[in-house]
Design a protein around this ligand. Structure first.
Ligand code: ADP
Length: 524
């Protein structure tokens, strides 16, 4: 393998400009490349659109042999291989879309050393004969894309990724490993390093902040009205609307089509041909709006998306940031809006409960809670996201809906104390609905059965409706004064921080309730 002694920065830059047409490396790219060229196994964490592919494509041009790229995304493999072939770089892919004949043809070429890059689906490594074959090749580096798939803590665990370690160790001359991911919380990062034996010191992580994105959460609005007005106002601009179900996609699609918007749709219920043509219409700007489930977007490189709207709350922050992050890849100002309704929480909880792997349920529920907290926080939304991904010492973005919300903040300490003491008196064994019922003095059968109508906190928030109190509890959770334990039912308890509010050490402020804020057509 060549290293930096023989491959100077100038040479790398010249590869970058000659082959890829870019004048300079982006943050993190050069360091990741330097690491692997020095033979150091590396974890590269960059946001979607950060430019991860260059981190293995440039080394592939200066290394001897064939760089193996492991990727679970069939469409991405094809796109990348097509793009590489166009710039004169020999590359191929092996996945389930190939015929047996094509597969053998590519393997024969690969064994003869014909490719600079060979993309492989992870499932291939479940075959011993395939491993034996690649062992005969000269492989200086293995790039593992979407590396979070190796971790049970990740949001997209794929068992075949677990084979990677064995594959890497099966080589007589061990290839250098470059693991790449866009969405890694500290626990997932540790797990990737652990599984792949990467020294965490060799983690290249670029900031997760996307300074051209403006985030907002909208609650208590008629979603259809909001979407219609938003799309009309931004007519001509490219945007994606993500909905949680196929049915919702079809419904939003039909609604927009009726208003004369050039709209496309994408979900797993449509045939391959229709999906492909809908995607093409969007990519070629024939349709300005794409309404889709989360099946759409992986590997899509459309740079001029000006907005992403989530019609429903997604299941976790990883999915949200990945999907929202498809806006503004060209660096221009773009908006990411999440439309929240408490029904979304029930839907997502239901989907998690249906999950095949019971061991994963607690972790998934914890992730869902962070997503719910995002919807209820009154702090900077960008800061909330980035700190979720493990960055600290963050500044407010001064752009998001929370940072620019100029409403007065009221001291709500006494109200928070009322809630906290009610939670304590109820034995920290109940969920949000029951707590709200006790606080508002409901005569519900269960409330009476448990004797909660005898508590001193019974009815201390009388006069407010249960929904308002329930939202207030969500706000307290998002501020970490209450916590949620996810068992068979979510149970709310008081946190250490909460104790400080109860004893008067910490004061709590809140803006007027978000529900009363009407988003007008003039808002972005
Ligand atoms: P990721 O895999 O991190 O989501 P990609 O590798 O697909 O990102 O790159 C995202 C976009 O950035 C692509 O359009 C790519 O061509 C572009 N890009 C990558 N590196 C550079 C660079 N050094 N200069 C300019 N554009 C770049």
């Amino acid at each position: 393998m060549k290293n930096l002694e023989v491959t100077s920065i100038e040479q790398l830059q010249s590869v970058l400009s000659t082959y890829f047409g870019y004048s300079s490396f982006r943050t993190g790219q050069e360091q990741a490349i330097q690491n692997v060229l020095h033979g150091r196994d590396t974890l590269c964490v960059m946001p979607t659109g950060g430019g991860k592919s260059i981190c293995y494509q440039v080394p592939a041009m200066v290394m001897e042999g064939t760089v193996l790229v492991v990727s679970p995304l069939i469409s991405l493999m094809k796109d990348q291989v097509d793009a590489l072939l166009q710039i004169g770089v020999q590359a191929a892919y092996i996945n389930s879309s190939l015929t047996t004949e094509e597969y053998f043809g590519i393997m024969e070429n690969a064994l003869a050393g014909a490719y600079k890059l060979l993309y492989v689906a992870p499932e291939r490594f479940e075959s011993q004969s395939f491993i034996q074959q690649i062992n005969k090749m000269d492989i200086p580096m293995i790039a593992i894309d979407e590396a979070h798939c190796i971790s049970q803590w990740g949001h997209d665990f794929r068992p075949s990724y677990r084979m990677m370690h064995t594959v890497i160790n099966s080589f007589v001359k061990k290839p250098v490993v470059l693991a790449l991911t866009a969405t890694a919380t500290p626990a997932v990062r540790d797990d990737i390093c652990h599984q792949l034996n990467i020294d965490p010191e060799f983690t290249v992580m670029t900031g997760f902040e996307r300074s051209n994105l403006t985030f907002s959460v909208v609650k208590g609005q008629d979603r259809d009205k909001f979407v219609k007005a938003y799309v009309k106002k931004n007519e001509g601009e490219a945007g994606i609307i993500y909905a949680a179900t196929r049915k919702a996609v079809d419904q939003v699609y039909t609604m927009l089509e009726r208003t004369g918007i050039a709209v496309a749709r994408y979900h797993a219920g449509l045939s391959d041909t229709v999906r492909q043509s809908e995607q093409d219409r969007f990519l070629m700007d024939e349709a300005t709006v794409m309404v889709a489930t989360n099946a759409f977007g992986m590997g899509i490189d459309k740079s001029n998306i000006r907005y992403v709207i989530h019609y429903q709350m997604p299941k976790n922050m990883e999915s949200y940031y990945q999907e929202a992050g498809r806006a503004g890849r060209d660096g221009l100002d773009s908006h990411c809006t999440l439309l929240f309704s408490s029904q979304d929480v029930i839907t997502q909880r239901f989907l998690i409960d249906q999950s095949q792997d019971v061991n994963r349920i607690p972790g998934e529920l914890e992730k869902l809670q962070s997503m719910i907290d995002y919807c209820h926080t009154e702090s900077c939304l960008q800061k909330f996201i980035i700190s979720y991904f493990g960055e600290s010492d963050l500044q407010d973005c001064n752009r998001c809906a929370n940072c620019t919300d100029t409403r007065e903040r009221a001291d709500v300490t006494v109200d928070v104390q009322k809630v906290l003491s009610c939670v304590i008196r109820m034995g920290q064994r109940f969920g949000k609905t029951m707590i709200a019922q006790v606080l508002t003095g409901s005569r519900n059968k269960k409330v009476v059965e448990f004797g909660f109508d005898k508590l001193t906190t019974y009815g201390i928030m009388k006069g407010r409706n249960a929904k308002e109190v329930s939202d207030f509890i969500e706000f307290i959770i998002s501020e970490n004064f209450l916590g949620v334990e996810n068992g068979q039912f979510p149970i709310i308890y008081m946190t250490e921080l909460g104790k400080d509010v109860l004893t008067g050490k910490t004061k709590v402020y809140r803006k007027a309730t978000v529900e009363t804020k009407q988003i007008t057509q003039d808002d972005p």
